[in-house]
Design a binder for this molecule. Structure first.
Ligand code: ADP
Ligand code: MG
Length: 240
């Protein structure tokens, strides 16, 4: 990261309650451009709530969020952010290309539809209506919609759920390629074996960030060989 460049994401002490349920409890994290940052935790940990707070869809009860140097919520920063929701949000009656073009227009991007569809290997299926695409193809189409405007920050909420292993490898290669080209990628997962593909990880549980670091750092600090064990150990010590 160049000196003085703002963080792509700077979340400070972010908290959010839904009634009595504490979904986020003072989460602080920073993501730089050029890195793939993984938010790893079980279902109900607060991953979606965190990501939605970063895009401004949820207003936190406490703490602050800045994206690309701008305090959120900020409408003008959204043109530089891509967000892939956990459930594919596509228009089923439109073709793959029409969906991607629609998102390009919302973001005010000029073109880029072909490039985005090629990036996810869907150019050949561009004229198929989404309802005729397989689940994996819909996931790829959603990803194309999220990145058609070449965002500086890409937020991906469990993008590989229900995706076959071969495609998963391909998608992770792509996320890493985008990061190498200068984007910041924040990706959530509840699958431990995806952690190896992240430059840094935040382990989240009960709305709290238990620990943060590279896979090697997390294993070392917990004194264990496997990341699963690090997660368990860190969960126990934070509950104590
Ligand atoms: N809109 C909502 N209303 C009430 N409770 C919610 C809402 N969204 C999330 N929660 C609760 O907040 C907690 C965190 O949820 P979520 O962020 O979806 O976790 P994750 O994405 O890690 O599975 C869960 O206990 C969930 O039930
Ligand atoms: Mg979720």
């Amino acid at each position: 990261m160049a000196t003085g460049e703002p963080y792509a994401v700077e979340a400070l002490q972010v908290s959010k309650r839904f009634g009595a349920q504490r979904a986020l409890d003072g989460v602080t994290l920073r993501v730089r451009r050029g890195e793939v940052y993984g938010i790893l935790g079980p279902n109900g940990a607060g991953k979606t709530t965190l990501i939605r707070s970063l895009v401004g869809l949820i207003v936190p009860d406490g703490g602050t969020v800045a994206v690309l140097g701008r305090r959120m919520p900020s409408l003008d920063i959204l043109a530089r952010v891509g967000y892939m929701t956990q459930q594919a949000a596509l228009y089923p009656d439109l073709s793959a290309a029409e969906n991607v073009r629609f998102f390009a227009e919302i973001y005010g991007a000029d073109g880029g539809v072909r490039e985005a569809l090629e990036f996810v290997d869907l150019w050949d299926r561009r004229d198929s209506v989404v309802s005729n695409l397989s689940g994996g193809m819909r996931t790829r189409c959603s990803l194309a919609c999220a990145l058609v405007h070449k965002p500086d920050l890409l937020l991906l909420d469990e993008p590989t759920v229900g995706v076959d292993p071969q495609l998963r490898v391909q998608l992770w290669d792509r996320f890493q390629r985008m990061a190498r080209e200068g984007a910041a990628i924040l990706v959530s997962s509840h699958v431990m074996d995806e952690a190896e593909r992240c430059d840094r990880l935040g382990l989240i549980r009960f709305g709290r960030l238990l620990a943060e670091g590279t896979v090697a750092e997390l294993k070392r600090s917990a004194g264990v060989e496997r990341l699963e064990d690090a997660f368990l150990k860190l969960s126990e010590s934070s509950a104590a």
